[in-house]
Design a protein around this ligand. Structure first.
Ligand SMILES: Nc1nc2c(c(=O)[nH]1)N[C@H]1C(S)=C(S)[C@@H](COP(=O)(O)O)O[C@H]1N2
Ligand SMILES: [Mo]
Length: 373
């Protein structure tokens, strides 16, 4: 019915209710997540659960929410696709599932991961190093949905609007969680995902539909997606314009750059910081990733030398990779390890990532000390 296709669809997907916050945080604690904040729920994955040889189980996947978690009725749900397009329309969950699907493995990392390690301290969620996880996502390529809508010439960005809302500093009225991508980036490998690790998306990870932008800091991966709007001018909403910018002071001047790709980074997951190991051979393991390219090399600093670790599995952009190194420790005493990843563009990690006002992108070299008995 042409008339239906041509009329601009009403915003849909208003949440029926909010997930009971007490219940949500109890569930997270029971699942073994490290709760940093209960309302809204924000929790980290324990470092030993970051495993490079597979996906993170859904109940151990870190959770980052700016507002309370909306409950959406899947039967009433529609994704509206509108704005600067030839054919505004909306899609039910059924219609989305009937479209050709894609499955990919992608690592999501919060731009604030490692924020608490900046000195001096910066405001924001108190993340240590567990605001990163990896899942297998299944859904519809965003390009197919954009293609159906037909962006007008002059379109420059694609806006994603979540069903969650609340009030934020500096804006008088409540806002939705919204983020945009440039049209070229939106035409990349972006997924509208309805499944995570082979099961429907969990409520706290965006049920029934979320964006997944591989390689980008996860703020781009909007959860509880209800609207896609093609724009003919840059979006200036709160989470686009007021937050998620690096702000460095250099030579007395403030330099700004928007948060985009995940910076190259490696973490040591085993031994855990403070663990004990018998003297002799010790397996050192961890994960490494970079938004720009696959990992080329991981090196571990032991006894004042960088030694190259073995990468596990095929290198690929967008998802982390496991690595491993066997080393001897003839203690007793305290051993300290550092790890440094380099990606295929040649980017590597700094000893200390540059301090920035809102504490993003802290990819400083990870150091772990453990006891050798
Ligand atoms: N609708 C909505 N989408 C969102 C957010 C949010 O608060 N609301 N947080 C973003 C941020 S900052 C991160 S790091 C990721 C976290 O995804 P996860 O909770 O599935 O780990 O979701 C992103 N998408
Ligand atoms: Mo985030």
């Amino acid at each position: 019915m042409a008339s239906q296709v041509e009329s601009s669809p009403q915003p849909t997907g208003d949440p029926l209710a909010l997930l009971d916050p007490e219940k949500a945080s109890r569930g997270a604690v029971e699942a073994g997540l490290v709760v940093r904040r209960e309302h809204p729920l924000n929790c980290e994955t324990p470092i030993p659960d970051l495993k490079g040889d597979g996906v993170t189980p859904r109940e151990r996947f870190y959770v980052r929410n700016h507002f309370h978690i909306p409950l959406i009725d899947p039967a009433a749900y529609r994704l509206s696709v509108a704005g600067h397009v030839e054919r505004p329309h909306s899609l039910s969950l059924h219609e989305l599932r009937d479209m050709p699907s894609r499955t990919l493995v992608a690592t999501l990392e919060c731009a604030g991961n490692g924020r608490t390690l900046f000195r001096p301290e910066v405001p924001g969620e108190k993340w240590q190093l567990g605001a990163v996880s990896t899942a297998e996502w299944t859904g519809v390529p965003l390009t197919d949905v954009l293609e159906r809508a037909g962006p007008h010439s002059g379109a420059c960005e694609v806006l994603f609007r979540g069903a969650d809302s609340g009030t934020v500093e500096g804006r008088s009225a409540p806002i939705r969680f919204e983020r945009s991508l440039g049209l070229d980036d939106a035409r990349g490998e972006v997924l509208l995902a309805y499944a995570m690790n082979g099961a429907p998306l969990p409520i706290d990870h965006g049920f029934p539909l979320r964006v997944v932008v591989p390689g980008w800091y996860a703020v781009a991966s909007v959860k509880w997606l209800t609207e896609i709007k093609v724009l003919d001018r840059p979006f200036v909403g709160h989470y686009q314009a007021d937050r998620y910018w690096y702000e460095w002071e250099r030579a007395g001047r403030v330099e700004r750059e928007p948060v985009a790709l995940q910076k190259v980074r490696a973490l040591i997951t085993d031994p855990a910081s403070g663990a004990e190991r018998a003297r002799g051979p010790v397996a050192i393991r961890g994960v490494a990733w970079s938004g720009a390219a696959a990992i080329a090399r991981v090196e571990v600093w032991i006894d004042r030398v960088w030694r190259e670790a073995r990468l596990i599995g095929e290198p690929k952009r967008g998802s982390w990779q496991g690595w491993e190194l066997m080393a001897r420790f003839d203690g007793p005493g305290v051993a300290s390890l550092r790890v440094r990843a380099t990606d295929q563009t040649g980017e590597t990690q700094p000893d200390h990532a540059p301090w920035n006002r809102l504490g993003y992108g802290n990819n400083s070299i990870h150091e772990v000390t453990f006891r050798v008995g």
